[in-house]
Design a protein around this ligand. Structure first.
Ligand code: GAL
Length: 690
């Protein structure tokens, strides 16, 4: 993926090792604490420290009055200790003087109510005043530290759009109109795209258009979808404005921390990825989910996808509990290392944490850190030291690439559209469907590359397309061409229904069957029959379906399984269609995960991929370069497992591996094996499990 800084400069952060890093907020501590902090960082092997993330109020206590003394001092101290710096531009949260002087920068919710200071990110992303003041600060910071030898990376703002992505104020409304004018050029084109003939919504002038503020009934879906697109673009534009200021003063690579997680969905990171010199992601284990570990792996794979397969940085994670979930579950001994190695296995070349030292005050005082309140005689500190040791032991893995035979198509825009108002079933949640598909592959021991709609699919033995409601004809064509060329596509319900304007693909004559995949699937859907919340249906195979059924009409497809009961009893539930040299499978219900995994196991085998028979709770992922393969065996289960492995060296213990590697419960092992031969990736995949 082409990035703005030269490849050499962009790799400056990397230094052929797996980075160990953290956020550090020294302004929360007396200077006497800094010395011991830096000594302990050195002991733990922390090599990259993010500072000045929330620095604005400290370095600019009043408008135009700058005080860099503390920042100079901490930068000097870190530099003397050989610790490199991930330097925040400082704009993550506005100081109170700014919003007091300019309350018009405050964000406004869809119901018209203002969001006030006292938390963080209390500004409208489109506010020209915010931008002007923020960029003035960035300019000072970039000029002062832009060639400092300790600075390895620029950290623009922080988690851009985390809280304030959607602002409905009058300034945002005006910016939205400008964005729409650029997109549609004339108002009739907008009317056509939004289908405003419905409910008397025709616009005669741009000035009549508002953001999708709270309405009495369902809102126009096109208006809502475009507002999501606008909001992501607006935040990206802001990121770019900061990055431009930084780049004018510095050749050090620039990034910002993405939030590829289960609870943030407002940024279309496919649009953002090429603007950062290295992709960085914040990820916290989400214990609100049924399968937090599976989501962790998914997010890591998606982050690697954003990086185009290049190494990326886990910019934030937690050593133990967070403080923002309803029940903040602490990690067991070793879990910190296990989670971190899961991220490395899936392409991370940097593992960083929020934060170095646990806070005594403020909204996150119960959030874990590398150095906990309990000090160094603690489970967390022992795990911190162990992680530092383990990351050093696997340093040679840096810059290798993850092997994957299967691709899954992921789309933020489709997510936004699929979850609009007035859909057939509010139980169809895009991310849940993606997670289910991912888990079904994971249970087959398959490593997945996440790709955007329209990406080149050649080289993959199988492509999974879960619940891809919105895509363009050209993007649908890529999937059809891939299949015609000999690939296997698995497409699940609620896919291919609408075009880029959220317009249903139906033909008024009824002669052309609806949907983007009718020819590919050799089947089409006459009517949807969503299920009631607790309703289950049984298929002929004995598999269970939930949430969704539909009346599938086959043309050339053959049914592989049918509904035995429920609203469409006797009709196909899973179909298969030969298409060119390939095959397309359609799944017309939300299969229980065991059944989903079993079905995909068969399809994978038919596609020439021998699914790994790994014990439950074990992940196997391979990173490689032209010289070596590194097999990560990650054991999330409580029991010790022994996995057949080609001979090599286990890097975390230094022990020889002869035919098999034993992995204690809750641990991970990394086996270096000799050079891969010229055989296909598929053979490699099989070998890894043998
Ligand atoms: C992130 C944020 C950090 C900290 C962390 C706590 O959202 O960037 O500053 O708040 O979460 O988990």
């Amino acid at each position: 993926m082409e990035r703005h800084t030269t490849a050499e400069a962009a790799r400056g952060w990397q230094q052929s090792s797996i980075l160990f890093g953290c956020d550090y907020n020294p302004e929360q501590w007396d200077r006497s604490v800094w010395q011991s902090d830096v000594a302990l960082m050195t002991e733990a092997g922390v090599g990259l420290v993010a500072i000045n993330i929330f620095g604005w109020a400290s370095i600019e206590p009043q408008q135009g009055q700058f005080d860099f003394d503390s920042l100079d001092a901490i930068i000097a101290l870190l530099h003397e200790s050989g610790i490199r710096i991930n330097l925040g531009t400082g704009t993550a949260s506005t100081p109170p003087w700014l919003s007091t002087k300019h309350p018009e920068i405050l964000p406004v919710a869809a119901d018209g109510t203002t969001r006030f200071p006292g938390g963080r990110q209390a500004h409208c992303p489109s506010s020209p005043i915010f931008r002007e003041r923020a960029l003035a600060l960035v300019e000072r910071v970039a000029e002062r530290y832009g060639s400092h030898p300790a600075v390895a990376l620029w950290h623009v703002s922080n988690e851009i759009g985390c809280h304030n992505a959607l602002c409905y104020c009058d300034v945002s409304a005006e910016a939205f109109r400008r964005w729409l004018e650029t997109r549609y050029e004339n108002i009739d084109a907008l009317n056509a795209a939004w289908g405003t003939t419905f409910w008397s919504q025709r616009y005669g002038d741009w000035a009549e258009i508002l953001p999708p503020r709270l309405t009495l009934s369902s809102i126009n879906p096109g208006q809502k979808l475009d507002f999501s697109r606008f909001s992501s673009d607006e935040l990206l534009d802001y990121y770019r404005s900061e990055a431009d200021v930084v780049r004018a003063a510095s050749h050090i690579p620039v990034t910002t921390n993405f939030m590829v997680t289960a609870h943030i969905r407002n940024m279309d990171y496919w649009q953002w990825a090429s603007d950062v010199d290295v992709v960085a992601n914040d990820h916290y284990l989400d214990n609100r989910l049924a399968l937090p570990q599976s989501e962790l792996s998914f997010a890591a794979d998606l982050t690697r996808g954003l990086a185009g397969g290049d190494p990326w940085i886990l910019m934030e994670s937690s050593t133990s509990a967070v403080s923002w979930q309803p029940h903040n579950i602490a990690k067991q001994p070793g879990e910190l290392v296990l989670n971190s190695l899961t991220q490395v296995a899936r392409g991370a070349d940097g593992i960083c944490f929020f934060q170095w030292r646990a806070s005594r005050q403020g909204a996150e005082k119960f959030h874990s850190a590398l150095l906990p309140h309990a000090g160094t005689d603690s489970k967390i500190w022992r795990d911190t030291l162990e992680l530092g040791r383990v990351l050093r032991s696997i340093a040679e893995v840096a810059e290798t690439r993850v092997e994957a035979d299967v691709a899954m198509i992921f789309s933020w825009q489709s997510w936004w559209a699929a979850e609009g108002d007035s859909q057939p079933s509010s139980a169809v949640r895009y991310l849940e469907q993606v997670h289910a598909a991912y888990e079904a592959l994971r249970r087959n021991g398959v490593t997945v590359d996440m790709v955007p709609p329209g990406a080149d699919l050649s080289g993959y033995a199988l492509v999974l397309v879960p619940c891809l409601y919105l895509l363009t004809d050209a993007e649908a064509g890529v999937i059809s061409n891939y299949t015609a060329g000999g690939g296997t596509a698995v497409i699940t319900f609620f896919s291919g229904l609408v075009d880029n304007d959220d317009r249903l693909r139906v033909d008024p004559t009824g002669r052309i069957r609806p949907g983007a995949f009718v020819d590919l699937l050799g089947a089409w859907t006459e009517e949807f029959f969503p299920l009631r919340p607790d309703q289950r249906v049984i298929l002929d195979s004995g598999a269970t379906g939930k949430i969704w059924t539909e009346l599938v009409r086959t043309v050339t497809a053959v049914p592989l399984d049918s509904f035995r009961d429920g609203p469409v009893a006797g009709r196909p539930a899973v179909t298969s269609n030969s298409f060119g040299a390939g095959r397309a499978i359609y799944i017309a219900t939300d299969l229980a995960v065991d059944d989903y995994a079993a079905l995909l196991g068969t399809v994978l085998a038919d596609a020439g991929l021998q699914p790994n028979s790994l014990p439950s709770g074990v992940e196997l992922v391979v990173r490689s370069n032209e010289s070596y393969r590194y097999t990560f065996v990650i054991n999330h289960s409580a029991d010790e497992v022994t996995i057949a492995a080609a001979d090599g060296i286990e890097l975390t213990t230094g022990q020889a591996v002869v035919g098999a590697v034993t992995v204690p419960g809750g641990s991970a092992r990394v086996v270096r094996q000799g050079a891969p031969d010229a055989a296909s990736k598929h053979d490699n995949h099989e070998r890894a499990a043998q």
